[in-house]
Design a protein around this ligand. Sequence first.
Ligand code: FES
Ligand SMILES: [Fe+2]
Length: 401
Amino acid sequence: MNTVSQHRWAEKYPHLGQGLIPTESCVSEDHYRREIEQIFKTSWLYVAREEEIAEPGSYKVKRLAFADCSVILMRGKDGTVRGFYNICSHRGNTVVTETGEETFGHSKAAVLSCRFHGWVYGADGGLIQVPEEERFYDCFEKAENGLTAVHTEVWEGFVFVNLAPKPAQNLGDFLGDYGAHMGGFPYSDLTHSYKYHTTLDCNWKIAHDSFAEAYHVTTIHAGSFPNVFSTGLSDVQLFGPHRTCGVCLNMTVAPTPVAAIAQKHARGSLVAKGEGTMLPPSINPSGRGDFAFELSVAFPNLLLHISEGIWFTHQFWPLAHNKTLWEGKYYVRAPRTNSERWALEHAQLLQRNAWLEDTQTMENTHRAMASGAKRYINLQDEEILIRHAYHVIEQRMNAAE
Ligand code: FES
Ligand SMILES: [Fe+2]
């Protein structure tokens, strides 16, 4: 009889070690500042979906508070998505006035006009029009005063930016085998979405860690998903700084009567058994019947999950060493009937409750860690993704110093 080792992931990835993890990187302001410079300002970061800016002339402004800036992602008449810093060449006002963390707009002419004095930029960033241009002096070069470009690339409809003046890798090389593993899923067909965000008083890594294991499901999710998921992971794989695994169901638990009805009408819930062929062959390679969803992390701050008929993301934007903007977005196929709509709403309510349960622990964890009473945390083998996360961060920061 084959017995599974209780330390199977540490044995598969011995370079991660088995030791305690210091809490210092979560509570230190100095560590936070170095992470921003050495990780967030040099990594590819997911900022928009292509569907959000589907039409030529449509744009999205995404605030990147950690870098004290916002970026404009705009689709040109040529269909290309380009990224720019949201700052005007005239006197430095924001070109698009922001209305929150994310601002959307559309210009039929595919131009952006600064509200302050009316300078007009094209979707390629070029400066097109300057009111009273003749009053500027000889040193003013119109051709050199376009919007400042941000490195922008697209993978599977996910628009990423990199704030480094010269990124060390293009997006394809940065994602590497992770991109191949998570590619080929019909992300753009599942556009019916539920979106939540909030600011949490915790370090961004504490937020990441709370979503990067299934050990907590029987306790924290006793309300929303009682005993539904198995606490062990399947098929853990590390791809450079990125990581992935499968999360499986506990098949002995029957759905509640209402959930059973909802699951008959539409697959909106991760708990429902997924039957179909939407998942790429790299996912659930052993064809486990209890597979629920793939839980993956694109370094540094994007959790991307796929399941039959469902994909969802968590993203953690650092605001300070003890403050994080969390964004949770859940996507399914648009309902075609009212009963499908009801089934999806039912699934989403349970999911929303689960996310509330998840986020609840984060501020408590940070506050307790900040007391300094404990200097280390303990990780078990099924928390390997968390161990990998700390390992990669330290590795990157040591390499940069
Ligand atoms: S600051 Fe933008 S037009 Fe003056
Ligand atoms: Fe959870």
